[in-house]
Write a protein that binds this ligand. Structure first.
Ligand code: HEC
Ligand code: HEC
Length: 298
């Protein structure tokens, strides 16, 4: 009786070799697969960064975004250098489109010779391929900041203009209108009016202290203060055809009327002139402001 054949799986030397190789290779393959699995982050195809974090964020960002600014926050003005780098350098660094090149004194000398006011005027209103305000909005860069950029560019290119004076906090909007005024162009009229309206929006609060006192200690002081707070938004630059402060020709025909009539216009409005200039100042203070304006053209 023969023993039942022992069912050994390996019967030939060839199978033995295969079994030995397999016993090494299989664990190694498993280890390699495990390592790949553990290291399995998002893989991007070669030559595309479409799955990079920045790209994905850009694709899924909200469709519309509201840029909230605190209108009452003290404004921090950008320096001329910052404005230049952010805006003007696009053309003025390389001299693109025939722009006078930054630090190139030869390009700038004839322009600097025109004087700062002319340069600023051009920067604000545009000229040839130079877009108004370098293509920015007055909301982003105020006239003052553009002026700083002009001074920065000119002074690095052979000029020696003084640093433009910073507008006083409260008068910022008003002087914005005033600075735009030399533009004089009729298409700037709408912008001026908008600036004046913006200035007026802050008027009631600003004028409140002046309006608070029933009688003012010093009438001429109060008149000047009210003028600066309220009236100059339009009267400094002649916005909406307001008779300009200090402009005798503009005032002469109006002052032919009795002073009471002139006071009345200021108190109750006339054409585009809002009653009390849109403020809540007392009658006495408004009259004082009229006196102040009238005294400047006598
Ligand atoms: C899109 C290109 C471009 C941008 C952006 C730009 N400029 Fe210009 N700028 C020009 C060109 C072109 C001229 C030359 C215009 C000419 O003389 O016809 C010029 C000229 C000027 C002049 C000389 C004007 C004169 O009267 O000779 C000033 C000043 C100036 N730019 C200021 C600025 C300021 C400040 C900024 C940034 C707020 C700015 N520019 C941004 C293209 C640009
Ligand atoms: C929103 C712009 C604006 C503001 C702010 C403003 N004015 Fe006027 N003002 C005008 C305009 C426009 C006229 C010309 C009205 C006309 O003749 O039709 C005018 C005319 C006047 C006149 C001349 C009236 C006449 O014809 O005799 C006086 C005086 C005057 N304003 C005083 C003031 C005083 C004082 C304040 C500040 C308390 C003030 N204004 C604020 C726009 C303004």
């Amino acid at each position: 009786m023969s023993e039942a054949p022992h069912g050994a799986p390996i019967k030939t030397p060839g199978q033995l070799v295969a079994a030995i190789i397999a016993s090494f290779a299989v664990p190694i393959v498993i280890i390699v697969l495990l390592v790949i699995y553990v290291d399995n982050s998002t893989r991007t195809g070669a030559g595309t960064d479409s799955l990079s974090e920045a790209e994905v964020t850009a694709r899924i960002k909200p469709f519309a975004q509201v840029d909230i600014r605190d209108a009452n926050a003290p404004r921090v003005y950008k320096s001329g250098e910052e404005v230049y780098k952010a805006v003007c350098s696009a053309c003025h660094a390389s001299g693109a489109a025939g722009a006078p090149k930054f630090t190139n004194a030869a390009d700038w000398a004839p322009r600097i010779a025109q004087g700062f006011d002319t340069l600023l005027h051009t920067a604000l209103t545009g000229k040839g391929a130079m877009p108004p305000r370098g293509g920015t909005s007055p909301d982003d860069y105020s006239d003052f900041e553009i002026a700083r950029a002009v001074a920065y560019m000119a002074n690095n290119s052979g000029g020696s203009f003084p640093e433009p004076a910073q507008p006083a906090a409260g008068a910022a909007a008003a002087s914005g209108a005033a600075a735009a005024a030399p533009a004089g162009a009729s298409d700037a009229g709408a912008a001026q009016a908008a600036a004046a309206m913006a200035a007026m929006a802050s008027v009631p609060q600003a004028a409140a202290p002046a309006a608070g006192g029933t009688q003012s200690a010093d009438a001429s002081q109060a008149g000047k203060a009210l003028y600066q707070q309220v009236c100059q938004a339009c009267h400094a630059a002649g916005v909406l055809n307001a008779p300009k402060f200090g402009d005798k020709d503009a005032w002469a025909p109006r002052l032919k009327e009795p002073m009471d009539t002139v006071y009345n216009y200021a108190l109750h409005g006339k054409g585009a002139m809002p009653p009390k200039g849109g403020s809540t100042a007392s009658d006495a203070d408004v009259k004082a402001a009229v006196d102040y304006m009238v005294s400047a053209v006598k």
